[in-house]
Design a protein around this ligand. Structure first.
Ligand code: PGA
Length: 259
């Protein structure tokens, strides 16, 4: 099943690092990864001010760069926002729909689909975050919530766009909390998402879409989600700002995904 896919490990640095800190973390990570052959795609997502410098450092390395968000319009009078044209020279990826952004900017599923479209139009791969709240989980609404988030993408994106898009399942209650879902429930979610894609498009495409897990990922807990659960990688917040921790996650994903 993994034959045509590589695992993907994405570091979301959030607002945690100064510019100097971002350069240092990147340098240390690059040193750890240097000359190692991991069958894993690795990306880091710094804040906007550090994107040009990190993109420059990442050139000719095996680390790629992503942004943490983008505005849904190509251009406009949107003070404080950043457009796709302003990031496209620096990034291959862009996280959209992160729950922290959804909460702050009231991003709807429709506006997230628009962002995905704009990014793909500029050759940037969207990493679309979906996830349920604790209340929704307790109310056994998890799958309904997640599938409605997936449906909007399926409705708005064509086949090729869906194939390129990465979907990151991040239970909102697991982000930054140290609380983790059990591997079986993540397995069930992944299976349901693939089934939905397969029903709407086809089996082959459903297998090819990369699905990530995110939320309190560490080197010690990541293996359970990768081994045999249909998860193609992880989106890592806090631990990705610590080069050794992030490196441990990458190594573990490389080992578990190959099995
Ligand atoms: P966390 O964050 O790894 O710190 O829980 C994950 C995320 O927000 O993407």
């Amino acid at each position: 099943m993994h034959m045509n896919k590589r695992a993907l490990v994405v570091g979301n640095w959030k607002m945690e690092l100064s510019h100097k800190g971002a350069l240092e973390v990147f340098g240390a990570l690059q040193k750890l990864i240097h000359a190692k052959e991991f069958a894993v795609d690795i990306a880091v997502c710094p804040s906007y001010p550090s994107l040009p410098a990190i993109a420059e450092l990442a050139r000719d390395t095996s680390i790629t760069v992503g942004a943490q968000n983008v505005h849904e319009d190509e251009k406009g009078a949107c003070t404080g926002s950043v457009s796709v044209g302003q990031i496209r020279d620096f990034v291959s990826w862009c996280i959209i729909g992160h729950s922290e952004v959804r909460a702050r900017e009231h991003d709807s599923n429709e506006s997230i689909a628009r962002k995905a479209k704009i990014l793909l139009g500029h050759g940037i791969t969207p990493i679309v975050c979906i996830g349920e709240t604790k209340e929704q989980r307790d109310g056994e609404e998890t799958l309904a919530v997640l599938l409605s988030q997936v449906d909007i993408l399926l409705k708005n994106l064509d086949r090729v766009s869906i194939m390129k898009t990465v979907i990151a399942y991040e239970p909102i209650w697991a982000i930054g909390s140290g609380e983790l879902p059990d591997a079986n429930s993540v397995y069930e979610v992944m299976l349901s998402i693939r089934k939905r894609i397969s029903q709407s498009l086809d089996n082959e495409l459903a297998d090819r879409v990369r699905l990530l897990y995110g939320g309190s990922v560490q080197g010690e807990n990541v293996g359970q989600y990768i081994a045999g659960s249909g998860v193609d990688g992880v989106l890592v917040g806090g631990a990705s700002t610590h080069p050794r921790d992030f490196f441990a996650i990458i190594s573990q994903v490389a080992t578990s995904y190959a099995q």
